[in-house]
Each structure stands twice: as structure tokens, then as C-alpha cells.
Ligand binder design. Structure first.
Ligand SMILES: Cc1cc2nc3c(=O)[nH]c(=O)nc-3n(C[C@H](O)[C@H](O)[C@H](O)COP(=O)(O)OP(=O)(O)OC[C@H]3O[C@@H](n4cnc5c(N)ncnc54)[C@H](O)[C@@H]3O)c2cc1C
Length: 399
């Protein structure tokens, strides 16, 4: 398998680098580099710049206004964006809902919603998980009962990321409680301004407001907001999840994080010498760097296969587990390198504050990131669930 980049791919990389050098606002890059929280305005500004360039929807077909990039181009783009500390593209509308609408939505839904996603007129959030329905998603209980030309929705979603910014939510709802769990689910598009919806914040370990509970009490949703057929939502939900897992290895994030750890460990002293020279610390850095190089090669192998039309299977689970382990180990090394400066943790350091940071450059956000990234092994299918998949598919064991 050839893992080198072709001349065209290298030219594409140069074009992406040129764009980032010209268009990525330095203050946005600095915010990302410092690990500070991004506001809704920050995300929308970056989306608008990418949209102007025609690069906001790398995975969409051209007929819908996307780039239709192949897996290698998407990898190069994500890689360079990470290196330049660009904000991530918020995935809910662009990478999750849009592919579902493009495949299963009506022409009216495609014509109405897709342009509004590109222009950031709509901010979508994902209403899948519920208390008691996370890993076991098919047991979800939020119900939608047909009443004339509306569905009446009652129930609760949870862990809804950035739901406080959203004006729309796509939801899995139970429309038939009498059949096998997976067979009674539908996929609904719900306007967050509809009476009966309440968004309640959940504050995470790092003190930030990133996720929410969303409560529905007698919320009336027009039937034309149903995607595809009633009770076929599980098929669409699974299709969406295959798109949720793009850039799953997070190689670029880990490379940027590891570089930051090394910078910090060179500047911090331990028993009179730079921490990076401490044998125990250096061995941990070396181990994670080797793991990262191995994962990066595996990732390229899978991308190379995907560019030739091979659908990634259980490899996605392997990348998810290994990629998140590596990122969490890097967070832990950063926390260790920051030493006592990781202790005066305050969410103001993450959200932005007028106070001068305590400790040397690169330490303000370390504790917050360590706490926040515990999520990596939970969402997108927890690592235990991924291991079950690997065991079942590769080792032939029962999960
Ligand atoms: C920061 C964050 C953001 C999120 N954003 C969203 C969002 O925007 N929209 C949305 O719908 N959801 C979101 N989620 C929810 C996420 O998808 C769920 O947290 C995840 O699916 C796990 O479900 P759970 O939390 O209910 O844990 P549970 O499913 O209750 O699992 C608890 C523990 O048991 C383990 N476990 C469960 N079943 C098995 C099994 N069969 N074998 C072995 N171990 C098992 C799990 O791995 C986990 O360690 C988010 C979660 C987090 C943490």
C-alpha cells in the first residue's frame, strides 16, 4: 500500500496552507492554541470564511454545494487546520444531519435546510441520548404521538452539545412503542423555539457549559418535519453515526498537543534540570510519540483504502480507542508538566478573563483540558462499546 502523497495531493496541501495563512484570523488561532472556549460568534466567523472559499462542506456532494473531497483530501485539510490551530467545524448540521437529508430527506427538506446549514442561518444540535439511553440508544423513550398533521413530543434528551446555541434539534423519537425497539423509532426535525421546549445547562468537570438537557412537554411538530418514513428512524440514525465518526483518530490534535507538552516540559525545571530530561517523563513522552506515529500510519492506511472505495469497518473502532487513549495520555502529560500551575484551575482561564494568567505560558488551560477530555472515551460510542465491536468482529467473540 502506497502511503506517500501524490503531486496533486501535495499541491492541494499547499493550497490549504496558503488559505489558512491568508484567512485564518490570528486571534481565533490564538484562542484555539490557548485551549480557551470558542463563542458562537467565533465558530460562525470561521464557518463564514470557509463558506466564502467553498470549503465548509468537505464531505457534501457538489450538487448540494459541497467540495466532494475524497478521504485523502479531507485528511490533508483536517491535518493542516489542526496544525494552524483553526477552530473545528461544528459537525451537527454539516457532518451529521446533512448526509441524512441528502440521502433520505425530501426535496423540500433538502432545498430548505441545506443552504441554511451552509450559511449558518441554522445551528443544529443532536438529540439522540437520553437518561438510560446512551450506549443502549435503541431504548430511548421520548415519544411522538401523531395528532392530525402534527406530532406531539414528550420526553427528555441529555448531553446535548451546544444546544444553548441551537435553533434546531434533530431528534430520535419513539413513534411505535408496540414493536421491537429499533422498529418504532422516527427521525424528527424540531424548531427549538416551539413552545414546550426547555434547555437546561449541564456544567462539566472543567466548569464550562458545553452540554445540556433538553426537555419536551407537549411540543407540536409539523408532520412535514419527519425525515423519510415513520418508524424508519433507526436506519437513518445509524447512517448518521457512520458520518459522526470522521477524523476519529484525531492525529492532528494529538500532534499539536504533544508539541505543546514538549514546549512546556523544556521550560519547566525538575530537580534543577528541564523536565523533558527527566527519564521517567521522557519515557512517557517517547511511548506516546511512538503510539502516535503508529496510529498515524494506520490512519493513512485506512484513508488510502477509503480513497479506493473500501468502507472502513472495525478499523474505525480501533482508531477511536487508540486515538482517545493517546489524547488523554497527552493531556495527562501536560498536566504533569504544568505541575503546581495546573492546580489554580479556574474556568475564567478557559473562557477568557482580564486577569493575568497564573503560571508560565501554556499552563492556563491544562487542567481544564485534562478534565474536559475525559469525554473523549465516552461520546461517539464509548471505548468499552468499541472494544465489544472489535472483539465481536475481529476475535469472533460474543459481545
Ligand atoms: C461531553 C459529551 C457530549 C455529548 N454530546 C452529545 C450530543 O450532542 N447528543 C447526543 O445525543 N449525545 C451526546 N452525548 C452522549 C453520548 O453519546 C453518551 O454519553 C454515550 O453514548 C454513553 O452513554 P451514557 O452516557 O448513557 O453511558 P452508559 O451507556 O450508561 O454507559 C455507562 C458506562 O457503561 C459502559 N457500558 C455500557 N454498555 C456497555 C456494554 N454493553 N459493555 C461494556 N460496557 C458498557 C459504558 O462504556 C460506560 O463506561 C455526549 C456525551 C458527552 C460526555
Amino acid at each position: 500500500m502506497d502511503l506517500s502523497f501524490s503531486a496533486e495531493e501535495q499541491a492541494f496541501r499547499a493550497e490549504v496552507c496558503g488559505f489558512l495563512a491568508d484567512k485564518l484570523p490570528p486571534e481565533l488561532a490564538q484562542t484555539v492554541r490557548d485551549g480557551r472556549g470558542l463563542s458562537k460568534d467565533n465558530y460562525e466567523r470561521w464557518h463564514a470564511l470557509l463558506n466564502e472559499q467553498g470549503w465548509l462542506a468537505p464531505n457534501w456532494p457538489k450538487e448540494f454545494g459541497g467540495c466532494e473531497w475524497n478521504a485523502v483530501q479531507r485528511h490533508i485539510f483536517e491535518d493542516e487546520c489542526c496544525r494552524a490551530h483553526a477552530p473545528r467545524i461544528v459537525p451537527f448540521g454539516l457532518s451529521m444531519l446533512a448526509p441524512v437529508l441528502q440521502k433520505f430527506g425530501s426535496k423540500q427538506q433538502q432545498d430548505h435546510y441545506l443552504p441554511r446549514i451552509l450559511s449558518s442561518q441554522d445551528w443544529w444540535c443532536q438529540g439522540y441520548s437520553e437518561p438510560g439511553a446512551g450506549s443502549d440508544l435503541a431504548s430511548l423513550k421520548t415519544k411522538a404521538v401523531r395528532d392530525g398533521d402534527t406530532y406531539v413530543v414528550n420526553g427528555q434528551k441529555t448531553w446535548t452539545t451546544l444546544g444553548q446555541y441551537a435553533n434546531w434539534i434533530f431528534c430520535l423519537v419513539r413513534t411505535d412503542p408496540t414493536v421491537k425497539q429499533q422498529a418504532g423509532i422516527s427521525f424528527l426535525l424540531i424548531d427549538m423555539d416551539t413552545p414546550g421546549i426547555e434547555v437546561r445547562p449541564i456544567i462539566l468537570l472543567d466548569g464550562t457549559h458545553e452540554v445540556n438537557e433538553v426537555w419536551f412537554t407537549d411540543v407540536r411538530v409539523p408532520v412535514e418535519n419527519l425525515v423519510g418514513e415513520e418508524n424508519m428512524g433507526w436506519t437513518y440514525a445509524k447512517y448518521l453515526l457512520t458520518h459522526e465518526r470522521t477524523n476519529i483518530a484525531g492525529v492532528g490534535f494529538s500532534q499539536a498537543g504533544l508539541a505543546a507538552v514538549k514546549r512546556l516540559a523544556r521550560s519547566q525545571m525538575h530537580r534543577g534540570r528541564p523536565l523533558i530530561e527527566n527519564p521517567h517523563f521522557a519515557a512517557r513522552v517517547a511511548r506516546v510519540e511512538i503510539d502516535l506515529m503508529a496510529m498515524s500510519t494506520t490512519n493513512l492506511r485506512i484513508i488510502s483504502g477509503a480513497a479506493k472505495g473500501q468502507a472502513p469497518g472495525v478499523e474505525s473502532s480501533m482508531l477511536k480507542v487508540k486515538g482517545t487513549q493517546i489524547r488523554q495520555e497527552i493531556n495527562d502529560l501536560a498536566r504533569r508538566a504544568a505541575g503546581v500551575y495546573a492546580m489554580p484551575f479556574a474556568s475564567e482561564g478557559v473562557e477568557g478573563s482580564n486577569e493575568a494568567p497564573i503560571g508560565p505560558e501554556g499552563t492556563t488551560h491544562v487542567a481544564a483540558q485534562y478534565f474536559n477530555n475525559r469525554k473523549l472515551s465516552i461520546f461517539g460510542g464509548s471505548n468499552e462499546i468499541q472494544r465489544n465491536i472489535i472483539a465481536k468482529v475481529k476475535l469472533g467473540g460474543g459481545a
